[in-house]
Design a protein. Structure first.
Length: 486
């Protein structure tokens, strides 16, 4: 009788294993945690914020990029609004602002005030009808201006200090200091081609690990679905200078997703992350179709119910390892998406073969995450919901679960829930602890960098071994900043 091969193997996740300590000459402070996001984009920390509507919009994406990672802005927004979120990130910091916001000299004070407030900027170059640079208006010019109907030509600074294209940031800083100004227009002839600000120069110095593009702007990604508006959305995102696109579906090993990937790669020059998957065969298919990175994780997220509702998935660590073994020779990076509860899980995910991790729940409660703070029984929380929840699907993620044709909310089949997570405060403190835990783990196994970390060995543990690893037989009287009981 032929043996039934229905149950192929036993699969493992984070709590099933530990990394074995090894001889080490590596101090945590000496480790290199830079990594590849895609074939063409590098990160200074291996962390992405999840493309969820309670996790990543411009504010959190800026915070993650400043620390060296990248945020993926969710798609539960109109194409225009999503593109605006990308634009906010790209304009938040720059070596040189390539396309500065301008106003014509016949615009009014009220116009300048509105645009400066909307875009959170402190000055606007002024051009004439021929698009020649003729002045600049800053907060100082507007501060004591009571008549908001006055034209900008009457109050702008007309005697400008400018520089030519190609000036270094060091020389630009010298000019700004010499003339005691905060903004330096970059010109070719009389045409404005860029703007360098003292604020951006200082940011560059204070955040040396920030993840930036070749123009010194923070990097940011955006989620894209398989809905009918994908082309309109993608065009707007590219126009807003998005760095990478993430095709977000619950099951990327499907014809519609592969066809979309091929279409994008044949028509656009942009890196594309594709997910989610859980098998080596899925990864192979996506790589052959042109994926610049693959995202692994079917059902491991804290707010995901796919494995319970659909009965489908793969324990995350085994999924990462299988995908890694299948496509390692191609050099295509792997993003481990979901199931990360502690910094040690990041270490395990990378050791299993991932190049980076995507997390939602660890960042959802931060100050920078979207949504209001909720007070419940005297404690602060923030809403955190799965993109497969009914509420998120109603807001725009039906296509992620291949239910884009279902207009009746009562007929939706959700694969996620709505919950709340404790308010965590500033994002930078969370990222500091996550990076610190990663560096510590690398020190224990003697890994100088992530590539060496992937040579580390695992040991399987029992449930008793897992319990032993947590604080036990004691009442915690003062919680640590990087550990709490779930």
């Amino acid at each position: 009788m032929k043996k039934d091969n229905k149950f192929q193997f036993e699969a493992l996740t984070f709590d099933d294993v530990l990394l074995i300590p090894s001889y080490s000459e590596v101090l945590p402070s000496d480790t290199d945690i830079t990594t590849s996001l895609t074939k063409n984009i590098r990160l200074n920390i291996p962390i992405l914020s999840a493309s969820m509507d309670t996790v990543t919009e411009s504010k959190l994406a800026i915070g993650v990029a400043l620390k060296g990672g990248i945020g993926i802005v969710h798609k539960n927004l109109s194409p225009k609004d999503q593109a605006n979120e990308i634009r906010k990130v790209k304009r938040s910091q720059s070596g040189m602002i390539k396309d500065p916001i301008t106003l014509h000299n016949d615009a009014k004070v009220k116009d300048a005030l509105m645009i400066m407030k909307k875009n959170q900027i402190g000055g606007i170059p002024i051009i004439n009808k021929n698009n020649d640079l003729v002045g600049i208006v800053t907060n100082r010019d507007l501060r004591f201006q009571k008549d908001h109907g006055v034209e900008l030509i009457d109050i702008m600074t007309k005697k400008l200090v400018t520089a030519k294209t190609g000036i270094s940031l060091d020389n630009a800083e010298k000019i700004l200091k010499k003339h005691k100004i905060e903004k330096l227009p970059i010109v070719e002839g009389r045409k404005l081609v860029g703007l360098i600000t003292y604020k951006d120069i200082q940011k560059n110095k204070s955040m040396p690990d920030a993840c930036k593009d070749e123009l010194g702007r923070l990097r940011v990604g955006a989620a894209l679905g398989i809905s009918d508006d994908w082309e309109e959305r993608l065009d707007m995102l590219i126009a807003s200078n998005v760095d990478v696109i993430s095709i977000d579906t619950a099951h990327a090993h499907s014809k519609s997703v592969i066809d979309l990937l091929k279409n994008i790669k044949s028509s656009y020059s942009i890196d594309v992350i594709v997910g989610n998957i859980a098998t080596g065969s899925a990864a192979k298919a996506l790589v052959e179709a042109g994926a610049d990175a693959v995202k692994v994780g079917v059902g491991p997220g804290s707010i995901c119910t796919t494995r319970i509702i659909a009965g489908v998935g793969m324990p995350q660590l085994s999924a990462i390892n299988e995908v890694s073994q299948t496509i390692k020779a191609t050099g295509i990076p792997i993003i481990a998406d979901g199931g990360i509860r502690f910094s040690g899980d990041i270490v395990k995910a990378l050791a299993a073969g991932a190049s980076s991790v995507m997390t939602g729940s660890l960042l959802a409660g931060t100050e920078e995450a979207p949504g209001d703070v909720i007070i419940y029984e005297g404690r602060k929380y923030k809403t955190y919901r799965g993109m497969g929840s009914v509420e998120a699907m109603e807001a725009g993620t039906r296509d992620r679960y291949f239910q884009q044709d279902q207009d009746n909310p009562k007929k939706l089949v959700p694969e996620g829930i709505v919950g709340r997570v404790p308010y965590k405060g500033n994002l930078s403190e969370i990222l500091y602890q996550l990076n610190g835990g990663l560096r510590s783990g690398m020190g224990y196994v003697g890994a100088k960098n992530i590539e060496k970390l992937q040579e580390a060995k695992f040991v399987r543990i029992t449930n008793a071994g897992s319990i032993e690893g947590h604080p036990h037989d004691v009442f915690i009287t003062r919680e640590a900043p990087n550990y709490s009981k779930k």
